[in-house]
Design a protein around this ligand. Structure first.
Ligand code: XCC
Length: 636
């Protein structure tokens, strides 16, 4: 099982054979057992939306070309895709909704263990949302911002766009999206609308369904944007910090607690309390006290804001437990493999679920609420300390692999670094270097790991190629995890892989920002929801240049996309105007019409389009070509 085809991560390749020897099943085993995977599902032509079915279209043209109700491949594929987008949007919507509700409670003066960490940012947001914060008490501002955000979940007038979509995009983009009828007025209603129009006997027009999908993707964007910004208000704006990534961050002599999932509301408190309860862990024999590490996007959240090391990304989450050194894994929402609870049988690890809608059979459930967050966190840490006492030393195998990672590049942090070069006009050095070609363009890497490809391989291969071509790179989610684990978020990586002109620019900015060397090769922008940080920068550049987003030499890539959230993110990236690469063949190719719309026709509508390329080297060539096409369009 363990070879370079599973992963390029040395920690994974160290632990997988050990898991296999011990008879422990991982996602890689289950992937093998699942083969051959369903061809109908892969093409997107299996319809399961009513109980007359399931129906499936014969892709070779010999068997049925219509489902029992008469829906053809185009309708079925479009409906399946739109439902994936709706699910992705729902995930981010719930995240944002939760954070906005918490801000409202704080604004209303409820006693919660959170406070407004970034007053200035909150006031800026209030201004952006046209709430006239001047002279108002900060709690009042918090309340008004929370209510304006919650309005994006409750507005009934469909002619009024969501605040967080309208106020964060270029005016011309907003106009275009309104004109196309894809601008959401209400995040929840847009998700419900997709579920309705894809119900049996509703929308059968594939193109119309896809437009509904674009609207759903923009609802996703809206939920993500407010989620990131309000999280910054509560927990702090990330700033560059040096930390480490990969399973070597676990410590033999510490109580290791992994925080996993997406929502920082609990993990932030766990981190706070771990400092206070450190002595308790030491008393239990853990010489190094408590060691918090992150997995997936909760990991990215605490890594960006606190420098907490990242243990691993999505695909290798089970292997964190296979080290035998994780005493508790605390999970909140999204991207948590249910298999973690089964692994608990082989090790002493406490697997703790915390959210009412995210339970796993076999796990310990400690229900989280904002009011009891402190008590919850204390109980979790106590469980971890108790588990540490039960840890079987003979089963501990911490791989000796970790890489330094400089993370924390929020839009504010990037602007702060640029302002050291030009205090009056921080964007100028970036724009000048794009115009003169020192920076060929910008690529945003997003998305997950997927067993269909060698873990992390697509990310690192494409990044090295783009670096050589002087492309400035940003990353989020498990893509950022991949870059961190493989040492590409370091100054050394810039020295080793960046083309000459990119290296020069990164060095000038890095030196000016006091990093004593260049900026890292790939800038870590945060978790999945934080993709909007990149939009924030792109919109600022577009506004300054007086062009829309679809004119910028900016591309996106999800080389190992997997989750419904990634489908939603990719779709809004396209809708905002970006050429967007997928390294995994999307489950739509059973409909030539849908495939053509997404990869070609959509370009005429919104400027962005999907590029599918599974070979990472060829993908890099295509991304560079897309950037050059944009440069030509701008005449630079
Ligand atoms: Fe999940 Fe965000 Fe994907 Fe990773 S990248 S597998 S969605 S954790 Ni966002």
């Amino acid at each position: 099982m363990s070879n370079m085809k599973t992963s390029i991560d040395p920690a994974v390749n160290y632990l997988l054979p050990l898991a296999q020897k011990a008879g422990i099943e991982t996602a890689w085993d289950r992937f093998e057992a699942m083969k051959p995977q369903c061809g109908f599902g892969e093409l997107g032509i299996c319809c399961r939306i009513c109980w007359k079915g399931p129906c499936r279209i014969d892709p070779f043209g010999n068997g049925p070309q219509k489902g029992i109700c008469g829906a053809d491949a185009d309708t079925i594929v479009a409906r399946n895709l739109a439902r994936m987008i709706a699910a992705g949007a729902a995930a981010h919507a719930e995240h944002g909704h939760h954070v906005a509700l918490t801000l409202l409670e704080i604004g209303e003066g409820h006693a919660l263990p959170y406070k407004i960490k970034e007053e200035k940012k909150l006031r800026n947001i209030a201004e952006r949302l046209n709430l006239n914060p001047e002279g108002k008490d900060i709690k009042q501002v918090a309340k008004e911002v929370a209510l304006a955000s919650l309005e994006d979940f409750s507005r009934q007038k469909s002619s009024i766009p969501c605040n967080w979509a309208k106020e964060t995009l270029t005016a011309s983009r907003v106009e275009k999206l309104v004109e196309l009828g894809v601008m959401p007025h209400n995040i929840h209603a847009t998700i419900a609308e997709i579920m309705h129009r894809t119900h049996v006997g509703c929308d059968a027009d594939a193109v119309n369904i896809l437009l509904g999908g674009l609207k759903g993707a923009l609802a996703d964007y809206t939920g993500m944007y407010l989620s990131t910004e309000l999280s910054d208000v509560l927990f702090g704006i990330p700033e560059p910090v040096v930390t480490a990534a990969n399973l070597g961050v676990l410590k033999e002599d510490a109580v290791n607690i992994a925080v996993h999932g997406h929502n920082p509301l609990l993990s932030e408190i766990v981190c706070d309390l771990a400092i206070k309860m450190n002595e308790e862990a030491k008393k239990a024999g853990a010489k190094e006290g408590i060691n918090i590490v992150g997995i997936c996007c909760t990991g990215n959240e605490v890594m960006m804001r606190r420098g907490i090391p990242l243990a691993t990304n999505y695909l290798s989450q089970e292997l964190a437990l296979v080290t035998g050194a994780v005493d508790a894994i605390v999970v909140d929402v999204q991207c948590i493999m249910p298999s973690l609870a089964a692994l608990k049988e082989c090790f002493h690890t406490e697997v703790i679920t915390t959210m009412p809608g995210n339970k796993i059979p076999g796990a310990t459930h400690l229900e989280f609420s904002e009011e009891t967050a402190l008590e919850n966190a204390a109980k979790i840490i106590k469980l971890a300390i108790d588990a540490y006492k039960r840890r079987d030393r003979s089963k501990v195998n911490i791989p000796d692999y970790k890489e330094t990672a400089i993370v924390g590049f929020s839009a504010e942090a990037v602007l702060a670094a640029l302002s050291k070069v030009n205090p009056e006009d921080p964007l100028k050095p970036l724009i000048d270097n794009i115009v003169n070609g020192n920076i060929l363009g910008i690529a945003l890497f997003a998305g997950c790991n997927n067993l269909r490809v060698t873990q992390d391989h697509n990310f690192t291969t494409i990044a090295k190629e783009l670096a050589r071509n002087n492309v400035l790179m940003l990353a989020t989610g498990c893509g950022a995890g991949a870059f961190a684990k493989h040492g590409l978020m370091t100054q050394e990586a810039t020295e080793a892989y960046a083309g000459d002109s990119l290296k020069e620019v990164l060095t000038v900015i890095g030196e000016a920002a006091g990093l004593n060397g260049p900026l890292p090769l790939v800038l870590h922008m945060g978790s999945c929801v934080d993709n909007t940080r990149a939009v924030n920068l792109a919109v600022a550049v577009a506004n300054k240049l007086g062009v829309d987003l679809d004119k910028l030499p900016v591309v996106a890539s999800a080389p190992e996309a997997m989750a419904e959230k990634a489908v939603a993110i990719g779709t809004w990236a396209v809708t905002l105007g970006l050429p967007t690469h997928l390294g995994i063949v999307p489950q739509v190719i059973g409909s030539p019409l849908v495939t053509e719309v997404l990869t070609e026709k959509i370009k005429d509508l919104v400027g962005g389009y999907f590029m599918v390329e599974t070979d990472p080297k060829k993908a890099a060539v295509k991304l560079v070509a897309a950037i050059k096409e944009r440069r030509e369009g701008l005449g630079i």
